[in-house]
Design a protein. Structure first.
Length: 188
């Protein structure tokens, strides 16, 4: 079992704790021990499976998880903010790469747009084909795997080109707040 699954299960009762435990990167060191101790696990380096089994076996799990979240709320909030900032900075860096490339070369990256149009055309072509053509029984698994991949890529293209509008406006509006949060984290 992965920590992401444990975080999702914990998040039902203690959302901030679940987000931090199931978040990106290595799990959260000392915080895992705190949660494990709440469930009587004495292993200094518990696994995700050990913790999940202990949570599932304990009828008071929800109360214990909420208590751990409340007792560690400052640290959990700090770590959740770090995760959100890292996510937003990653998205900002992707946009900045495109802007920098266009500034240096003086023209748009045609490969980016060609790939985006290819994904969009492939997605709608496959949908049209699936609507009007009978699939051979032995190839349906491969076709649906292709459809899943194209659906994911299509979502990424839409998010890249159209999902940034609101976040760009919010970024401009809240730039000073973001700087304050980063400075606060550096100082901590």
């Amino acid at each position: 079992m992965e920590w992401k699954s444990v975080g999702k299960a914990i998040g039902k009762f203690a959302p901030i704790l679940g987000k931090v435990l199931g978040g990106p990167g290595p799990a959260v060191g000392g915080l895992i021990s705190v949660v494990a101790n709440a469930f009587g696990i004495t292993d200094p380096d518990p696994t995700a499976d050990q913790l999940m089994k202990a949570i599932e076996a304990d009828p008071q799990a929800a109360l214990k998880l909420m208590t751990v979240q409340e007792n560690n709320s400052v640290e959990l909030t700090r770590r959740a903010l770090q995760s959100d900032i890292a996510y937003l900075e990653d998205r900002q860096n992707a946009r900045a790469r495109q802007v920098a490339s266009e500034t240096v070369t003086g023209k748009k990256d045609i490969n980016l747009y060609a790939l985006a149009w290819l994904i969009i055309a492939g997605f709608f072509s496959l949908i049209t084909t699936l609507c009007f053509k009978q699939l051979p029984a032995d190839s349906s698994g491969v076709i649906f795997m292709l459809f899943g991949s194209l659906s994911t890529a299509f979502g990424c293209v839409i998010q890249y080109f159209f999902g940034s509008s609101k976040s760009s406006a919010d970024k401009t509006k809240n730039e000073n707040e973001r700087r304050n949060i980063i400075e606060f984290q550096k100082a901590a």
